[in-house]
Design a protein around this ligand. Structure first.
Ligand SMILES: [Zn+2]
Length: 287
């Protein structure tokens, strides 16, 4: 079966072999990628490429159901405000970025929204979930979807990327600093203390760690230094079905029994007013 659309060439130019770190180039017909030493990586028929050393699999990745919930919730536009705030931070600077890497980027939803404002830019979505990567491979012809481990050495060249994005995602300070070009930046979206506050108690969701900011700094410094932080806050009105997909797409879902969650959602008013509250911080490599 055809692997679909061509690889975006500018995105391939950012990638490095997960075995030997040599540059990667497309196989004939864009059927996969190969390094100069001959390590080859097939392309899935859905269009994504898995870049892991042989025998390795990513630690954890979102399940098919979590990804389906993510597609449903984000597709409704409910987090469009977060995408906009992310894009505003990405676009700060004299020159618009040409290359973006979304670490733990899931279905590519937020990256695609940012690329809509950057008509000449190209992006990579890197995620542990092959279900998410299948979606990301189709989100834009300027996106290349890669299954890889965001905690390990990234299959990305040194000093190659203009912006690294991290939206509710794992943070890898040393590797982010390595792949950013001089003058490049990391843009991180993290939940604030009152994010989804109206749902946390009634649905027994995981609470935002009050030390989250300290942990963010601990994960990024001394490899990156903070530049600026902005806040994005808005009230959404969500149906019960939307609340179900919102909870199902996130880390909250893993400890909840579906029947108990459905009963708790049924006890909420409808529509239910829900606070979206996030911080968007920008970081620069220190070397
Ligand atoms: Zn290689």
């Amino acid at each position: 079966m055809s692997p679909g659309r061509p690889f975006p060439a500018a995105a391939v130019d950012l990638l490095a072999c997960p075995v030997c770190a040599a540059p990667l180039e497309p196989l004939p017909g864009d059927a996969g990628l190969r390094c100069t030493a001959g390590h080859a990586f097939d392309r899935a028929r859905q269009g994504h490429v898995t870049l892991l050393p042989p025998g390795r699999s990513p630690a954890t990745g979102d399940s098919a159901q979590m990804v389906a919930d993510r597609v449903a919730f984000l597709g409704s536009g409910a987090f469009a405000g977060i995408s906009r705030a992310l894009g505003d931070a990405v676009l700060v600077g004299e020159e618009p970025p040409a290359t973006l890497l979304d670490l733990g980027g899931g279905t590519g939803h937020h990256l695609a929204a940012v690329l809509d404002r950057l008509p000449d830019a190209t992006g990579i979505v890197l995620d542990a979930s092959r279900y998410a990567a299948r979606r990301a491979a189709a989100v834009s012809p300027r996106v290349l979807a890669v299954v890889a481990d965001a905690w390990a050495r990234l299959p990305v060249r040194d000093a190659a990327v203009d912006r690294v994005l991290g939206v509710f995602a794992p943070r890898n300070g040393p590797e982010t600093a390595r792949v950013l070009r001089p003058g490049g930046r990391l843009v991180v979206v993290t939940p604030a203390g009152d994010h989804l506050a109206e749902l946390v108690g009634p649905l027994d969701l995981l609470r935002v760690d009050p030390d989250k900011e300290a942990r963010l700094s601990g994960a990024l410094e001394p490899h990156l230094a903070p530049l600026a932080t902005t806040a994005h806050r808005e009230l959404l009105e969500l149906s019960h079905a939307a609340v179900g997909t919102l909870v199902g797409m996130g880390p909250h879902a893993r400890h909840l029994v579906p029947a108990e969650l459905a009963a708790a959602v049924g006890g909420l008013p409808e529509p239910v007013r829900v606070t979206v509250s996030v911080q968007i911080s920008s970081w620069a490599p220190t070397v």
